[in-house]
Design a protein around this ligand. Structure first.
Ligand code: FMN
Length: 326
């Protein structure tokens, strides 16, 4: 399948493995996805430079296909991380949580593609005006930090597509080829999946984390921390404690302290799935097994073909149906 994104990024399939802190802050998952013709993404979010450079070395050894690095620009380490990416000519930058303007020229100078993560039309227009090459547009079903406004992927992505000209990678809620086809039908040029790729042997999160996700249904990931930096995470004891705090008057600093007392690291690294942030999207309820990344990619591509064939078949049926006289 050829789209503006497969052309722009030099990949075979319009499928992106989303950058996920801890889960893809390593080489195994992104390398497997890139080798299978998708775009694998290393998540630099929680990493310091030496470990990050070691992962880039591993990527160079494991794949000669294009891959991306996701870098949250607000972090103090992001300047050094960007320098390391620049020195190693990382082919695709997927930047979140910060403006791209200051960095674009030097990355474009060696031919990198800069993709900006947004979740509102306002930020999409700003990123396009700054000169980024493409957008990742994420709706509220997504794991991690979805938009706080509860607007779904279906609506957010369509709204952005009505107004921007650059290619769009849609994310949030897709877990199989049918979901990918739906977002391509909406007008997206590729689809990014996070939660689905979490449930692979290659994703580097604790076994307790994966077990909790396999047991979860579509309504179990809830948006927690609406007065801080909302995160979609399983409804565990930490989430309950935040919801309880929201029932009484609580000073903003106390609320923030409570919200930041738990972390993704606690769940992903230590396996504390009761008190940590077990980030996952609603699509977790569509997934019932761990699947190696290469096999998963092959299945996604197969299902995508089935879904698009089905739509094409519907069009054919329609065109042979006589049009009623006016
Ligand atoms: C465990 C986890 C960690 C994440 N970490 C990041 C991150 O470091 N940077 C980022 O831009 N998005 C992050 N995200 C969001 C994903 O990149 C992606 O947008 C989202 O997972 C897509 O929705 P889905 O989970 O429904 O597929 C994370 C998501 C999850 C589930």
């Amino acid at each position: 399948m050829r789209t503006r994104i497969t052309e722009l990024l030099g990949i075979a399939h319009p499928i992106v493995q989303a950058g996920m802190s801890w889960a893809s802050s390593s080489a195994a998952l992104p390398a497997a996805v890139s080798n299978a013709g998708g775009l694998g993404t290393v998540a630099a979010g929680p990493m310091y430079v030496p470990a990050f450079c070691a992962v880039l070395d591993e990527m160079a050894a494991l794949t000669d296909r294009p891959y991306a690095v996701n870098v949250p620009l607000y972090r103090p380490q992001s300047a050094e991380i960007l320098d390391a990416m620049h020195a190693r000519r990382v082919p695709v930058v997927i930047a979140s949580q910060g403006g791209p303007r200051a960095h674009l020229a030097r990355f474009h100078a060696y031919g990198a593609r800069w993709v900006q993560v947004v979740s509102t039309l306002e930020h999409a227009l700003k990123a396009q005006a700054a000169g980024v090459d493409a957008l990742v547009v994420v709706g509220s079903e997504a794991g991690g930090h979805p938009p706080a406004n509860d607007v779904s992927t279906l609506v957010t992505v369509r709204q952005v597509l009505q107004r921007v000209a650059i290619p769009v990678i849609a994310g949030g809620g897709a877990a199989d080829g049918w979901g990918i086809a739906a977002l391509l039908a909406l007008g997206a040029d590729a689809v990014q999946l996070g939660t689905r790729f979490l449930l692979t042997p290659e994703a580097t999160v604790h076994a307790n984390y994966k077990a909790a996700l396999l047991a979860a249904g579509v309504a179990d990931p809830v948006l927690v921390g609406r007065r801080s930096l909302p995160v979609r995470t399983l409804n565990n004891r930490f989430a309950q404690r935040v919801f309880e705090a929201e029932q009484r008057p609580i000073p903003a600093e106390e609320y923030d302290a409570l919200f930041h007392s738990a972390s993704l690291k606690q769940a992903a690294l230590d396996g504390d799935v009761e008190w940590g942030k077990v980030e996952a999207g609603q699509s977790v309820g569509l997934i019932d097994s761990l699947e190696p990344a290469a096999a998963l990619m092959a299945r996604l591509v197969r299902e995508l073909a089935q879904a698009t064939d089905r739509l094409a078949g519907m069009r054919h049926a329609e065109s042979t149906t006589p049009i009623p006289a006016a």
